[in-house]
Design a protein around this ligand. Structure first.
Ligand code: ATP
Length: 575
């Protein structure tokens, strides 16, 4: 039998179906139906296309070409002048629809009707991502043109949207995971969805999961973390009092300082050390000092460690808040200077892999014992996180107060016999810290300042998450001045971060792709018709830029409703 070539139009049908509904279960059913077909193709990598990608999530290369390049490619394909394209774009306002319009017109006048294959689309998109250096722009345009020239209107729309990194069909990771379970294990879908989630957290690669699931349960069981690759981390739930912490984690429990730094997963494979954030970004080059410390003080061959990297003032030796060291995560130059000005200490709190063996299923107390054996106490360089084990609330509270006094954020309470389970799960670790009215939010719009700050984006529309949507909760224009004075993020830096993300501009106001995450404190939140979330923060102020956070980490509409309810009951001071 000759293998039928899958047409890209089959993906387009799925995209259109997904676009037409906001209901998660309907989206899941559409994807599941499609995955049954895709499983027969023997091309698991194509599953990335469902979320507008051509690589696994742990791969930090992204497609995201600029809209300008997309317009140039459209112009070249259809023989249209730049000015005309720009004019039409201003009218339509959506680059995907712009491509659709021109491709559709061309189709009507040409006899060409060879169907575009998924294989062709996928391989050209991968090539576009891979080209670098001299001639890259014209190379990219040629590859894109080749696709657009063969595409129907709708196909062109989704090709261009994939290229600019805005597929806009609203598919969350969890929907794809559940759809794999529904498609391949219809009789045990709930149990298998859980298994797939755990396997996904380890592999961070939908193709690997989909491929294993297509072959059967046993293959899924074989999936494990991979040395040298970024991984999802274990995250805590929040409690407001110590009794609740013990109820969740059991007695006795381990209690540790909650350091105000940023999460780094350290991978050591022989002499090769790699550092990843919880967003799966590789930050090895930004922290040569941490790499050197790990090489010098950790004598084991292969290991994966979970840690909090904390900055301190080299003169006063006082800890610095997160925002100060966030400079080091972003910076790609002057690294040596920053290394001197903002030295860091690594607080190691877990060991996940050790000399050829994954320790994820081992109880925490065993992992901790090993950790204490392999991590030396080297002040200002590296040390095991400060920990006590107790079953007494008074002892735990005393430790909490001491942690706060020494400038830490609070404490983490950890269940002694828990495995290392990735994701935010109830039951294994909890955090406790003093109440603060603060939320992590994403910037979706901004406004240019005037006078001295003309040309700089100085106030920001921030939004929370509701499923796959981002809903505005306020406009923030204070905070950055203070951060700037403390040596943190400046207006110039924020403007430079936001400018490439601009999707539309009207007078002084711009809309941006939701990428940049900030922590915002506020006095209270009220119901408000001014923003599409239905809520507004009063007196908001930015306290930190969070390059280490992922969009899935930001506050949800549900979190905001909880805050509003708490405030109504006069309990906001309880956190
Ligand atoms: P929020 O500001 O919303 O409370 P957060 O920055 O505290 O968020 P969470 O995910 O709620 O983030 O808290 C977990 C984070 O705490 C971890 O990702 C890690 O970076 C940090 N942390 C500090 N000390 C520890 C520790 N001893 N054990 C585990 N995590 C720790």
């Amino acid at each position: 039998m000759v293998k039928r070539e899958m047409h890209y139009s089959e993906f387009v049908d799925v995209y259109e179906g997904l676009f037409a509904t906001t209901k998660r279960l309907e989206k899941e059913a559409i994807i599941a139906e499609f995955l049954k077909k895709l499983a027969r193709e023997g091309e698991p990598d194509w599953i990335y296309l469902l979320r507008g990608k051509v690589t696994p999530d742990y791969d930090d290369r992204i497609l995201g070409i600029s809209e300008k390049l997309a317009m140039k490619s459209i112009g070249k394909t259809f023989g249209i002048k730049d000015e005309e394209i720009a004019k039409r774009y201003r009218k339509i306002g959506d680059i995907g629809e712009l491509a659709e319009e021109f491709a559709e017109k061309k189709r009507q006048t040409s006899l060409f009707s060879k169907k575009l294959s998924v294989d062709k689309v996928f391989s050209n998109l991968r090539k576009v991502m891979g080209i670098e250096g001299k001639g890259a722009v014209s190379g990219k345009i040629a590859l894109i043109s080749e696709l657009l020239g063969q595409a129907s209107g709708k196909e062109a729309k989704y090709i261009v949207r994939t290229l600019v990194g805005q597929l806009r069909v609203g598919v969350a990771d969890a929907t794809v995971r559940d759809a794999i379970a529904t498609a391949l294990f219809p009789d045990e879908k709930y149990e298998m969805a859980k298994k797939i989630e755990i396997a996904y957290d380890m592999a961070n690669d939908f193709a690997v999961i989909f491929d294993a699931a297509s072959k059967g349960k046993k293959e899924l069981d074989k999936i494990d973390i991979v040395l040298g690759r970024p991984m999802n981390v274990m995250l805590p739930v929040k409690v407001t009092e110590i009794g609740e912490a013990f109820r969740i984690c059991g007695k006795p429990a381990a209690i540790e300082h909650k350091y105000d730094g940023f999460r780094v997963v350290i991978n050591k494979v022989g002499n090769d050390v790699k550092l990843f954030t919880r967003r799966l970004e590789n930050v090895t080059n930004q922290f040569p000092d941490v790499v050197a410390t790990v090489r010098k003080f950790i004598k084991v061959k292969d290991v994966i460690l979970d840690s909090e990297v904390v900055g301190y003032d080299p003169k006063t030796k006082r800890q610095k808040p997160f925002e100060a060291i966030s400079q080091r995560i972003k910076r790609k130059y002057d690294i040596e200077k920053l290394e001197r000005e903002l030295p860091v200490e690594v607080n190691v709190f877990d060991v996940i892999y050790y000399n050829g063996e994954s320790l994820m299923q081992k109880p925490f107390h065993e992992r901790r014992k090993l950790l204490e054996k392999i991590i030396p106490h080297e002040k200002w360089k590296i040390r095991p996180s400060m920990q006590i084990v107790t079953d007494k609330e008074e002892v735990a509270l005393k430790f909490y107060n001491e942690a706060l006094k020494s400038g830490e954020e609070g404490i983490m309470i950890k269940k002694l016999d828990a495995p290392y389970q990735q994701g935010r799960r109830v039951g294994y670790i909890v955090k406790m810290k003093p109440a603060a009215n603060d939320l992590d939010l994403v910037i979706t719009g901004a406004e240019y300042g005037s006078g001295k700050r003309g040309g700089l984006l100085t106030s920001y529309i921030v939004a929370c998450r509701d499923g796959d949507k981002y809903l505005e909760v306020g406009k923030v224009s204070s905070g950055l001045k203070e951060l700037e004075q403390e040596g943190g993020t400046t207006y110039e830096e924020m403007t430079a971060l936001l400018k490439p993300l601009i999707v539309s501009e009207k007078g002084k106001v711009v809309k941006v792709k939701p990428r940049i995450i900030v922590s915002v404190t506020y006095q209270n939140i009220q119901g408000s018709p001014s923003y599409d979330s239905g809520y507004a923060m009063r007196f908001p102020r930015i306290t930190a830029y969070r390059p280490d956070y992922h969009l899935k980490d930001i506050a949800t509409l549900g979190d905001i409703k909880v805050e509003v309810e708490k405030a109504k009951k006069g309990m906001s001071h309880l956190g």
